[in-house]
Design a protein around this ligand. Structure first.
Ligand code: BDR
Ligand code: CA
Length: 314
């Protein structure tokens, strides 16, 4: 029996696809639903892409379409330059066979958490609009979820969209402010760990060799993504941000954390900044009144790489 019930909130997306397949492959993870959000691509594409990934993996998992706009401000310009026009590095992908669950992502989160009180971990690897909206729909949600794991933010390192901000938080900073401000147990896997060490260029080839269908899809779709990440570098590199919180579910010992009060920037210059004051480092009431979160600061990359390979090989 799977030990971890999760809802995976996602914007597929190439590293999202790698993470979703990783979770699907693990016998210790039960995905109760893929709740989609805009981010790498528009939300309608994100939802259809999640259905496509279920087809490829021959998995019947509810998929919902969620928030398509930031909490405040105009529509996003998306990240097609990282993920391709179709979100999968422009490799050909068949139209999905499955249908969307008619509920919004936020409603699905609320319904599913209420049906499994204390058991569901929310794993969010895109902008945080769905989680923010779920909090608005169900203010008691924090007392009903087990954990909240987020791929997003840059605590003690520079951002990847601005010097201060990582893409998922920058994309919907006001939603992130709501999510980080809620009284639930939140753990952040940001660029501090996901952008620390790249995966070697043959990593995706090994995934494909171990698992020709799922790993093969990751290898093929990731070529475009690797082109982006390798610009100006002597060697091809790859980053798989979104799989980190899922790896933590399976092997918590691989990670090191700092606990700190978290503030999210929503101004023009600091938009999307995840500013962390480690516990005990400040007397400022502005910080002391902010909830504390766990921030992943280090990961054993060799063991993490092996975990991904071994799980794809199952
Ligand atoms: C995050 O932004 C997206 O491009 C990725 O899917 C990941 O969730 C990394 O900053
Ligand atoms: Ca993502």
């Amino acid at each position: 029996m799977a030990t971890h019930k999760i809802i995976l909130d996602t914007d597929p997306g190439i590293d999202d696809a790698m993470a979703i397949f990783f979770a699907m492959q693990s016998p210790d993870i039960e995905i109760l639903g893929l709740t989609t959000v805009y981010g790498n691509v528009p939300v309608s594409m994100s939802a259809q892409n999640a259905l496509r990934l279920c087809d490829i993996a021959k998995q019947s998992i509810p998929v919902t379409q969620g928030v398509g706009m930031p909490w405040v401000g105009p529509e996003s310009t998306y990240a097609h330059f990282v993920h391709g026009d179709n979100g999968f590095g422009d490799i050909p992908v068949a139209a999905p066979l499955g249908q969307l669950d008619p509920r919004s992502s936020a409603q699905f989160i609320v319904d599913t958490v209420k049906a499994n009180p204390g058991e569901v971990t929310l794993v969010a690897v895109g902008p945080l609009g769905n989680l923010a909206l779920a909090l608005r729909l169900c203010p008691e949600l924090p007392s009903l979820v087990k954990q909240v794991y987020i791929m997003g933010g840059a605590a003690f390192v520079k951002g990847n969209v601005t010097p201060l901000a990582e893409a998922n938080i920058w994309n919907d900073a006001h939603a992130a402010d709501i999510v980080f401000g809620a009284s639930w147990p939140l753990t952040m896997f940001g660029l501090d760990v996901t952008y620390d060490i790249p995966f070697a260029p043959d990593f995706v080839d090994i995934l494909a060799q171990k698992n020709p269908i799922l790993g093969g899809f990751v290898r093929d779709s990731a070529q475009f993504y690797m082109d982006f990440y390798s610009q100006g570098l002597p060697e091809r590199v790859c980053y798989f941000h979104d799989a980190f919180p899922l790896a933590y579910l399976l092997k918590p010992d691989l990670f090191t954390f700092t606990r700190g009060h978290a503030r999210i920037g929503t101004g023009e210059l600091d938009r999307g900044q995840t500013a962390i004051a480690p516990v005990g480092s400040t007397m400022s009431p502005l910080w002391l009144e902010a909830p504390t979160v766990n921030v992943a600061t280090r990961v054993d990359h060799a063991q993490l790489t092996q975990l991904f390979i071994d799980t794809y090989a199952l």
